[in-house]
Design a protein around this ligand. Sequence first.
Ligand code: MEV
Length: 317
Amino acid sequence: MQTVNNQAIGRATGKIILMGEHAVVYGEPSLAIPFPKATIQTTVTPSTGPITVDCIYHKGLLTDVPERLSNLLTVVEISLKALKKELKDFSLKIDSSIPAERGMGSSAAVAVATVRALFNYFEQELTHDQLLELVNVSEVIAHGNPSGLDAAMTSGEQPLYYIKGKPFVPFKMSVDAYLVVADTGIKGQTREAVGSIAALMKEHPEETMNDIHQLGELADKAKTAIEENSPIDLGSYMHQAHLLLDKLGVSNEQLNQLVDAALANGALGAKLTGGGRGGCMIALADSETTAQQISDALRETGTSNTWIYQLGDDSFE
Ligand code: MEV
């Protein structure tokens, strides 16, 4: 039980998809890591009026995006149903440093933190499966056809290898390298990008499935590169994955420019991460100095934010 002064909190982390985004929707492997540099905390406090939501959201309020607020209220509604509670006399406060709509799993993380906080508030046990089930309901609304990866990543605190419909397999991030994460400052379009690949799949099933399959193979190869501590191979697979994602139409000019700038400044590989068409990109660096050089170069090309993250460091900011 985590209620303090009648308040209850729930937390979640952001996530970074290293490999396999989009392909995971079609049953191919994917690799994702928690991103503890960006987190969400929901606090539930008793109040006398009807439910109120107060959000301190990274660079903007959650309530600035009406569909996000309605999604959050859906999360509250389904959680209360699962809790067999009707009571609505509480307020929710959401503190988030996960940029919204950037492929970092913010929609799933808001849901994870909120479901956890509500179960804590009503002092009821929440199993991990139950949490994933509740979060996936809101992910269907946010993404259309979610693979379940975002819900699993933002609720767990370990790197995962994931094939849709199969158990999540934790893996050790045993590669000595740094990740530079850069936000294009442009709203990612996961739902549209997932839909456009579905349309391609109808139009050109063989070629599209072949590209998706190659993305899956690259995710498997990347896992081996991580296990063998081969940052050079990992970088090469990341770059190949970006080219395939671009071919599938889920990159855009800004992402491609950032990928090129990262490669020109010493990155071992770079790619979009998450749904694409905006959102974030990641670049792999063999040292902190190179990571800083890449980060500086990306900031010069106009990216709105960058983070440098030592792979395997799971300390929370
Ligand atoms: C979005 O972060 C990742 C996608 O693969 C969609 C999904 O897995 O549900 C694009």
